[in-house]
Design a protein around this ligand. Structure first.
Ligand SMILES: *[C@@H]1O[C@H](CO)[C@@H](O)[C@H](O)[C@H]1NC(C)=O
Ligand SMILES: *[C@@H]1O[C@H](CO)[C@@H](O)[C@H](O)[C@H]1NC(C)=O
Ligand SMILES: *[C@@H]1O[C@H](CO)[C@@H](O)[C@H](O)[C@H]1NC(C)=O
Ligand SMILES: *[C@@H]1O[C@H](CO)[C@@H](O)[C@H](O)[C@H]1NC(C)=O
Length: 696
């Protein structure tokens, strides 16, 4: 029925009221503030009434006279157009507000279409820090999870917003925002900054005071390295740089040597915030383990140990020999060794205060470690007694070793000699082997009497009578080396001499006759050398009736020693044919040796050449002593205007014929047109020549 009665006016009212505030409009207001519900009623309206939750608020007649009721009294005003204003809004004012307009006939139209929400003004929230670690915002550990809480207390908050340095951060990947909570998963160094949070409801916003977060990355990966790696470092010369590296925030470094803080020392300099230690120069005291410690407000870590490869100076240089035995010159060798402590030591050698001279018998070896550490003297000589020293040196210093002298011996010269000298009627026997070091022990045995002395033994016999046929024996002994000799007292003997006739000496050539008293060979069993008495020689030419001493001059030449003598006749002619004798006399007696010279005409050639002929003569008494395997020999031959071909073309025939002692085979002359030659010529020194032309 009511609906029917009000059909028209109601439609009208709805239209009018809706013109200001739509049906169901929600109005949010701050607690204590004012609200104006602005409506407009139709002209025909007689009475306007506002109610809230069935409680009458205000009423007015459009003809005038409005009134507020209940708790709204004094804080409400209802205008003639129907608009209502409320002041000093209370929380209890929140709710539905209905305005009713009535016509004069009391037809009523209701409209419950307004909602008033009352909110308080938001108080500032408090941004709180919450970490799973026991720490404070100024030293958060990078990598840990950290929560911030925007605490608004009991206030009703619509939205929470978080800011870092005035910029919202909830969209960053490692940040999660959930209502009042912000979570860093995890927090990083770049999250250091000033944080605020803002809360908001429908009518207000408020922002927290700021919270400063400082994120510190703990120290890690502390590594100590040197710029020298492993190479030798020379104290006093080299400098070294040690570098300490680490990850972390605001890392500071400190240095230790052998676990103790590095002492203050001008040699130690740190740079780059102490991350680099420069040691200049390095000293022997830097022998130890260096470490660095990297530290920040969270933790500290000590690095690996680094030891410098310090070079050490040369010390304890010692010279030694591989033997202390007596060393015999020319026979023994010795090896000297030099050793030393220290780095990269090399050695040099000193003899008698001077650098060791170059000599083929000094061999310095030791290529590896250490160089030149061995000196081999092979063989030793008497000048090597020293003193030797060696010097070890390296970049730091040098030091000289102890001195070392060798104990040297040397042999007497040659063989022991047996000899005898007569002085008027007395005779001096001598055994002599001098020059040894130590001196040789020399033993003389004569007539069953033995005498021993160093170097030589001399014995005087009062007379040379009864000497003939006796034997002097000498024996020498030096450090185990034995030498002996015998001397037989007899008149001169020439082994091998047979007074043979020398024939076929070629005219124009020369002839040589030789007497050699020396014994043939040494006695191998006793290693003793038979010796003979010295003799004097005289040469003469024999005629049937008389003997003519040889007058030396252009044609005759005599060469004599104590034991040999030779007569050379040059450019022989038939005039020199005949016998010659050599008389040798020693203190026991004399012996005569006879030679026969037979000069032959040149055997060849019609060309009238006057080829020289020669004769090598031999001499009789050859003993093979000094000469080995000699045969005698000799040659002859013809000559032609042109020289024939012969094998020893570089050797002049004169030279070949010198000392030629025997023709082994006569040369052949193939034809009259060919130059005559000898097939072979043998000399006293053993040389053999072939196809030698006759000398011109
Ligand atoms: C910190 O956060 C944890 C987990 O988010 C929570 O359980 C704890 O109550 C919080 N503590 C403080 C003091 O806010
Ligand atoms: C040394 O440290 C300070 C403070 O931590 C820093 O500002 C400076 O850049 C550093 N210098 C070097 C060379 O690392
Ligand atoms: C010493 O060294 C030398 C040379 O190497 C060698 O000939 C000799 O036999 C060594 N002597 C000893 C006693 O080893
Ligand atoms: C050589 O002949 C002379 C005189 O005939 C003789 O006295 C001498 O003993 C002989 N010499 C040799 C070694 O036969």
């Amino acid at each position: 029925m009511d609906l029917y009665r009000c059909f028209l006016p109601c439609m009208l009212l709805l239209v009018v009221v809706s013109g200001a505030v739509s049906d169901g409009t929600v109005v949010n207001r701050i607690l204590g503030g004012s609200v104006l519900f602005n409506v407009s009623v139709p002209l025909q309206t007689f009475l306007i009434t506002w109610t809230s939750n069935s409680l009458q608020i205000a009423q007015t007649f459009t003809s005038g006279g409005s009134q507020c009721f209940n708790r709204f009294m004094g804080r409400c005003e209802l205008f003639s157009n129907g608009s209502l204003r409320l002041d000093a809004i209370r929380q209890s004012d929140q709710g539905e507000y209905t305005v009713t307009a009535q016509f004069q006939n009391f037809i009523v139209i209701e409209s419950k279409n307004l909602q008033l929400n009352v909110y308080p003004l938001l108080n500032a929230p408090v941004l709180k820090f919450n970490s799973t670690y026991n720490t404070t915002p100024d030293r958060l550990v990078g990598g840990s999870n950290v929560t911030l809480h925007c605490d608004a207390g009991s206030q009703t908050v619509l939205t929470y917003t978080f800011y870092r340095d005035q910029k919202t951060i909830c969209s960053e990947p490692h940040v999660t925002c959930r209502d009042s909570v912000l979570i860093f998963q995890p927090i990083t160094e770049t999250d250091s900054g000033t944080y605020t949070c803002t809360i908001q409801n429908s009518v207000s916003t408020n922002t927290s005071t700021s919270l400063r977060l400082t994120v510190i990355v703990p120290v890690s990966e502390v590594t100590l390295t040197t710029n020298t790696s492993d190479s030798l470092v020379w104290p006093g010369k080299d400098s070294v740089s040690l570098r300490c590296s680490a990850r972390g925030t605001n890392v500071s470094f400190s240095w230790n040597l052998q676990g103790a803080p590095l002492p203050l020392n001008p040699r130690y300099n740190v740079t780059n915030n102490s991350s680099i230690l420069i040691i200049s120069p390095v000293s022997a005291k830097d022998n130890g383990s260096f470490t660095c410690t990297a530290k920040n407000s969270i933790n500290n870590i000590t690095s690996n140990e680094v030891k410098l490869n310090l070079a050490s100076p040369v010390s304890d240089v010692r010279l030694s020999s591989n033997t202390s035995a007596l060393l015999i010159e020319g026979e023994d060798s010795v090896s000297l060794h030099c050793s030393a402590q220290g780095s990269a030591v090399s050695f040099s050698w000193i003899l008698n205060g001077e650098p060791l001279p170059q000599s083929p018998h000094y061999h310095i070896t030791g290529d590896n470690s250490p160089p030149n550490s061995n000196l081999t003297i092979s063989p030793v000589s008497r000048n090597d007694n020293g003193p030797f020293t060696c010097r070890g040196s390296n970049l730091a210093n040098n030091e000289t070793s102890n001195t070392l002298s060798l104990d040297l011996a040397w042999r007497p010269q040659g063989h022991i000699l047996c000899s005898a000298k007569n002085d008027n009627q007395s005779l001096q026997l001598i055994c002599s082997w001098p020059g040894g070091h130590p001196a040789a022990n020399v033993t003389m045995v004569y007539n069953n009497v033995t005498e021993i002395n160093y170097n030589q033994v001399i014995r005087n016999l009062s007379s040379i009578d009864n000497v003939q046929g006796s034997i002097l024996t000498c024996k020498g002994d030096q450090l185990g080396k034995i030498s002996s000799c015998t001397l037989t007292f007899e008149s001169p003997q020439s082994p091998g001499h047979d007074n043979s006739t020398i024939t076929r000496v070629i005219k124009g050539d020369y002839a040589v006759m030789t007497v050699d008293l020396r014994p043939g060979r040494q006695d191998r069993a006793t290693n003793s050398t038979p010796q003979v008495l010295p003799a004097e020689f005289s040469w003469a030419r024999l005629s049937p009736n008389f003997t003519t001493p040889i007058q030396t001059g252009d044609k005759f030449t005599v060469n004599s020693t104590n034991y040999t003598s030779s007569l050379q006749i040059s450019d022989v002619t038939e005039d020199e044919n005949g016998e010659y004798e050599c008389r040798a006399e020693n203190l026991i007696g004399s012996t005569t040796f006879t030679f026969t010279l037979n000069v032959a005409a040149k055997p060849v050639s019609s060309s009238g050449l006057s080829g020289g002929a020669i004769a090598g003569i031999v001499i009789g008494a050859l003993a093979g002593v000094t000469i080995i395997g000699i045969s005698v020999f000799f040659i002859v031959k013809k000559c032609a205007p042109k020289r024939p071909v012969y094998e020893n073309r570089d050797i002049p025939p004169q030279h070949i014929y010198e000392n030629a002692i025997k023709g082994v085979e006569m040369g052949k002359t193939n034809s009259t047109n060919e130059e005559p030659y000898y097939e072979s010529v043998i000399r006293t020194d053993g040389a053999i020549y072939s196809n030698v032309p006759l000398r011109q």
